[in-house]
Ligand binder design. Structure first.
Ligand code: RNT
Ligand code: ZN
Length: 422
């Protein structure tokens, strides 16, 4: 479609939204200001570059598939990220894991990493990114002993991982400083038992103690915030997860840390969209790992499905988008990885747009009047309003491909770049 037609369709949509009291121009402006933190690990199946050739992924998470073109080096990964970002409207962030450090070819263990190991990432990201977020890597390492890290009974093991956590906060703070936007450093650990534990208390007490040690030094919250991510179970850790939802909810509230809600970390019928409002009442800010579980924590590419729409609506309706950090967390190795990023990240932005196009005051008023019929009528009508015309116009204005045109560029990139990787 040519630009003129995209504009015409937009103007018609604008009129229709005006009828229900929604200003599409204001919505587009607002949408531009919401960054999404795109995760680096979709590009190489969570391998990282700590060891030449990447590490074997372990720790209860798994990337399945062997689609060709996985990024083998930091340089390749950066190229792929740049390609993906060029096809996504808006100004976004990059979420890095510690195992993506630039060690210049010499192994540096996790308790020894420093901001210098991320200098090349930061230099590369300046001018391209809204900012960076960070994660200590508590998996794929020999010191994950019997599946345990920060809650391991052996103090030596715990101390190693505590040092890693402390080192990562320094790196996160440096990122925040360099970009001038707040970096969120998120703690997720795999600690869990395959079978029924005898003592559910002690590991949790050890985890709380380790976390307190990691967070002991206070850091300017404008530069850096800490988040903790809960989980229900992992592969090989089916019976008991030390960092359960209740554990971290209690920890985050009592320490005033951010809670990270990962869409794949709950029972299959439990939705994080329903948890956002509760968490935001008691935690200072919120981190999301938007993902798509299929029967389990499978980390499928984020689709424009009901739950994604509900998540976005909850965020927008809360009126506290500035207190929410939207991160993505999926890793599908069975499809083109650049396309995976583009699909998932565009969907996140699309869902935010869709949510912003709601006449929330009218909906709230109907609800307060107990007029549930009107509420449902409106919800259903909204689904078929021409929101996609607003999306196309937004993409056009942001100078990124409209509709499926981005896919041609990914196919070209696959032919020119990805297919040369063995
Ligand atoms: C694992 C967690 C965690 C990881 C990333 C790579 O179940 O979701 O967030 O996916 O840190
Ligand atoms: Zn996650």
């Amino acid at each position: 479609m040519d630009n003129k037609k995209i504009e015409q369709a937009y103007l018609l949509a604008k009129e229709q939204y005006a009828v229900i009291g929604v200003d599409t121009g204001a919505v587009i402006k607002k949408l531009q200001s919401v960054p999404v933190s795109m995760h680096c690990w979709q590009g190489d199946d969570v391998g990282g570059y700590e060891q030449v050739g990447g590490s074997e992924l372990s720790g209860g998470i798994q990337a399945t598939g062997n689609y060709p073109g996985k990024a083998r080096t930091i340089g390749e990964l950066r190229g792929d990220i740049e390609k993906a970002l060029s096809l996504i409207p808006g100004d976004h962030r990059l979420n890095l894991h510690a195992c993506y450090l630039d060690n210049g070819g010499t192994f540096v263990d996790r308790d020894q990493i420093e901001p210098t190991h991320f200098k090349s990432w930061i230099d590369w990201g300046k001018g391209k990114l809204h900012g960076m977020d960070f994660n200590p890597t508590y998996f794929s390492h020999e010191k994950v002993v019997d599946g345990f890290t920060l809650s391991h009974p052996d103090k030596g093991i715990r101390d190693f991982w505590i040092e890693h956590g402390i080192a990562c906060r320094k790196i996160g703070a440096e990122m925040g400083k360099q970009f001038g936007t707040t970096t969120v450093t998120n703690v997720w650990i795999p600690d869990s038992y395959k079978d029924i534990p005898a003592d559910r208390v002690a590991p949790r007490a050890r985890l709380a103690d380790s976390l307190d040690k990691i967070f002991a030094e206070s850091i300017d919250p404008k530069l850096h915030l800490d988040a903790v991510e809960s989980k229900l179970f992992g592969i090989g850790g089916e019976s008991y997860t030390v960092g359960s939802h209740e554990f971290y909810m209690g920890y985050a509230v009592s320490r005033q840390k951010l809670l990270c809600l990962d869409a794949g970390h709950f029972h299959p019928t439990e939705m994080i969209s329903d948890k956002i409002s509760s968490v935001m009442m008691f935690c200072p800010e919120l981190l999301l790992h938007v993902s798509r579980p299929v029967r389990w924590d499978s980390d499928h590419v984020v689709c424009f499905d009901d739950e994604l729409q509900q998540i976005a609506k909850e965020l927008v309706r809360s009126g506290k988008l500035d207190k929410v950090h939207i991160g993505l967390d999926f890793f599908d190795a069975s499809i083109n990885r650049v396309a995976a990023w583009v699909i998932g990240t565009r969907n996140m932005a699309k869902a935010l747009l869709f949510a912003m196009l709601e006449p929330i005051d009218t909906l709230r008023a109907a609800e307060l009047d107990m007029d549930f019929t009107k509420r449902l009528v409106l919800f259903e009508e909204l689904k078929s309003l021409p929101w996609s015309a607003v999306w196309d116009y937004y993409c056009m204005k942001q100078d990124v491909p409209v509709g499926m045109a981005w896919f041609d560029e990914v196919k070209q990139y696959e032919q020119d770049v990805l297919s040369n990787r063995t």
